[in-house]
Design a protein around this ligand. Structure first.
Ligand SMILES: *[C@@H]1O[C@H](CO)[C@@H](O)[C@H](O)[C@H]1NC(C)=O
Ligand SMILES: *[C@@H]1O[C@H](CO)[C@@H](O)[C@H](O)[C@H]1NC(C)=O
Ligand SMILES: *[C@@H]1O[C@H](CO)[C@@H](O)[C@H](O)[C@H]1NC(C)=O
Ligand SMILES: [Zn+2]
Ligand SMILES: [Zn+2]
Length: 476
């Protein structure tokens, strides 16, 4: 599919616009998959709450415009998408976007340390004469463009990098040893600044206010949660965010309704016995055996206790005991992660992980304590897309990049702290492809070889703008 450039593209998008209603009405096998879950036992109360709000919103949508009969396309005309894409793809804008992204890429900053990145964002907002609140959550920013009145709709970018040594040899590689933008948050920040610039130039078109959220610490510290504590979602009625994806060709957009990303938690258990001479095991209490039994039993949670149609994971990723071949150690530490797609399944797993480890340890006369890092809030709930907001992203994407470049993606076991926002207001999270075989941008996020096709930047910026402007247009 490739980048969506050239004059032919605009013609195609006009044709697709005409047929967008039919496409939206269609269902794919993935839709059916979701529908199955929909009727299933595992759907949690917060899911139905979100659906309820969607149906409320749908029933209160403004009705049709005089010229277009179909409600779904509202008063929006494809010309706006074309204008937005044209603004985003102006050579000077593309160069500016690449420059921003490269500066951020060269100076990666870890969770809650995004000082320079935040300063860069604020400098650009100042130059664009966009007002903002700062700081939220230490380095975070809440900017606004539009009328200053309702409705308020939010677009979010994350700014933090990862503790990874970049292995990509290129001109703008990380200048900080051991730190790298290996998840694409540099691109997310640049795309949202791109959106800020375009939205500002179209401020007269906005029928409400767009809130631009630049947040710290997606990767490690739950920046979203602290942003909300500091008022990031004040007045906001819906929120959207982009994530780059190495799995899909540059510029393609993908999402799905309902559960998209898993809830994610980590655990570390210390299983204690009594150390002793390994040649006389009867004189010690062996935590190696107890921990081994706990690892085996943890596997049964998913295979025996979970609904096979409700995907869950428990992985023990670390097992550490003594290092003396002649000694039974005093204790063994096991640690790992657990994931699930609904709140109920997720917290159910958390409870059972603890029970199984403690009870198995006691079978072998050991004791155990299990830490879920709740103090560091390293628990991410599932990311659930609101159906109405998902449909909004879908129709905007089809209008902007064409139906063949919109993909209904399967749920993934990865996690996102965007889920904290999606618990509070109707939300949609979507992917934008950065895969280009020629460039080699085929490595997954968190790989030291991760890279993106920078041609994605204007398309991502345009997607943000069209989502916000059209939402206000149709709901303002
Ligand atoms: C990949 O990137 C190269 C170099 O920028 C470009 O010429 C090519 O069109 C891109 N291919 C696709 C499929 O996007
Ligand atoms: C859904 O909305 C209706 C009417 O607004 C309300 O009575 C009902 O309690 C709501 N259900 C949930 C699950 O929030
Ligand atoms: C998820 O479940 C936990 C534990 O039962 C509960 O404390 C929390 O409020 C729930 N969250 C939502 C959004 O329902
Ligand atoms: Zn990441
Ligand atoms: Zn990420």
């Amino acid at each position: 599919m490739g980048p969506l450039q050239g004059p032919g593209f605009f013609l195609i998008s006009i044709l697709l616009f005409v047929s967008c209603i039919k496409i939206i009405g269609g269902s794919t096998s993935s839709d059916l998959f979701y529908t199955y879950f929909d009727g299933g036992a595992y759907i949690s109360s917060e899911d139905s709450f979100l659906k309820n709000r969607s149906s409320y919103r749908r029933s209160h949508m403004p009705s049709t415009s005089p010229s277009l009969e179909e409600e779904d396309c509202g008063v929006w005309v494809t010309k706006y998408s074309e204008e937005i894409l044209e603004l985003a793809k102006r050579p000077e804008t593309v160069e500016w976007l690449k420059g921003l992204r490269r500066r951020i890429h060269e100076n990666p900053e870890l969770a809650f340390q995004e000082y320079e990145t935040s300063r860069l964002v604020r400098n650009e907002l100042d130059q664009l004469q966009i007002s903002y609140r700062f700081p939220l959550a230490g380095t975070g920013i809440r900017a606004s463009v539009g009328t200053g009145g309702p409705p308020f709709i939010a677009l979010r970018a994350d700014m933090d990098a990862l503790p990874i040594q970049e292995a990509v040899e290129w001109e703008h590689r990380s200048k900080v040893p051991g730190k790298m933008h290996a998840c694409g948050h540099d691109a997310h920040t640049a795309m949202l600044l791109g959106a800020a610039k375009i939205l500002k130039s179209r401020e007269n078109n906005l029928k409400g206010t767009v809130i631009l959220i630049f947040q710290p610490a997606e990767e490690a510290g739950n920046g979203a949660k602290r942003m909300m504590q500091d008022g990031a979602l004040e007045d906001v009625e819906a929120i959207f965010a982009i994530h780059v994806s190495h799995e899909r060709p540059t510029g393609t957009i993908g999402s799905r309704p309902g559960p998209l990303l898993a809830g994610c938690g980590f655990f570390r258990a210390v299983i204690s016995g009594r150390k002793g001479d390994a040649g006389s095991p009867h004189l010690s209490v062996d935590p190696v055996l107890a921990a081994s039994a706990a690892v085996i039993s943890l596997q049964n949670l998913v295979s025996r206790e979970a609904n096979p149609l409700d995907s869950q994971v428990v992985s023990v990723a670390s097992f550490n005991g003594g290092d003396n071949l002649d000694q039974i150690p005093q204790s063994v530490t096991i640690a790992g992660t657990f994931r699930a797609f609904s709140n109920a399944s997720f917290y159910g797993l958390l409870k059972r992980v603890e029970e199984v480890i403690v009870e198995q340890a006691s079978v072998y006369r050991c004791s155990a304590t299990v830490d879920f890092f709740k103090k560091e809030t390293q628990i991410y709930p599932p990311t659930v897309n609101d159906e109405y907001m998902y449909e909004h992203v879908k129709k905007v994407a089809i209008d902007l990049v064409g139906a063949k470049n919109f993909i209904v993606v399967p749920p993934m076991m990865g996690a996102e702290d965007f889920s904290f926002y999606s618990e509070m207001v109707p939300a949609a999270f979507f992917y934008i492809g950065v895969r280009n075989e020629t460039l080699g941008s085929t490595h997954s996020g968190h790989s030291p070889y991760f890279m993106i096709d920078e041609e994605v930047l204007p398309i991502g910026a345009a997607a943000h703008v069209a989502i916000a402007e059209r939402y206000l247009n149709e709901n303002g």
